[in-house]
Design a protein. Structure first.
Length: 212
């Protein structure tokens, strides 16, 4: 028997908040340790020099400057581009990890699923909330802290924190409390899985092109 919290426990706001905060601590440790390793490994990739320009253009679309300014006195440097690319990989992997335990409920439905499967679905949603808590705090610190070694522009903060992360931060707990049995809610997990699959296929295709 795999030890796990009960559905009754996961139906309470305090327990969900504590669980989400535990996930936030987990993500903060694993992501901060992984980012540097991934960023350094990119320097050894034969395709990386060709990926710098399109990645820089993507950063500029999110508000990073095209020319040096007060916040970015040297402009967007190559190490910044590597860190940004590493963050993209980490974000995709983190969301894939969160979505994975939701899949059985999407396949079998809420009523036909065991308590363990239902618990896994809720934990998957809370894992995503934990990631959003970590990333919202991390991005805010990088945006508003003076002389941060890895700054982000206010435009990027607004898009990521105010327009993106707030969706999960504001909606997941109420959905888990009142609509966790609804297939429409489960379908969101399925759609996220599909989007992630398409994203990974697209990235793999781009890497093959860049390598050639």
């Amino acid at each position: 028997m795999i030890p796990h919290p009960t559905l009754d426990q996961l139906a309470t706001v305090p327990f969900m908040l504590i669980t989400a905060l535990i996930f936030a601590v987990f993500w903060s440790v694993t992501i901060e340790l992984s980012r540097r390793k991934i960023s350094i490994s990119l320097t050894n990739a034969t395709w990386w020099p060709a990926a710098v320009s399109p990645t820089t253009a993507m950063m500029q679309n999110f508000g990073f400057p095209k020319e040096p300014n007060k916040t970015f006195p040297k402009g967007v440097t190559e190490p910044m581009v590597r860190d940004f690319y590493a963050d993209l990989i980490i974000i995709c992997l983190a969301h894939a990890i969160c979505v994975s335990p939701m899949i059985p409920v999407v396949i079998f439905g809420w009523d036909q699923s065991s308590e363990l499967v239902k618990v896994c679905f809720i934990l998957g949603t809370l894992g995503d909330v934990g990631f959003d808590i970590y990333d919202a705090i991390s991005t805010s610190l990088r945006t508003f802290s003076k002389n941060h070694p890895s700054p982000t522009p206010i435009e990027f903060w607004f898009i990521l924190v105010c327009m993106h992360h707030t969706t999960a931060l504001l909606l997941v707990l109420p959905l888990n409390m009142f609509y966790v049995h609804r297939s429409e809610y489960h379908q969101t997990g399925k759609d996220s899985t599909t989007i992630l699959s398409l994203f990974f296929c697209h990235c793999a295709h781009l890497l093959i092109i860049l390598h050639l």
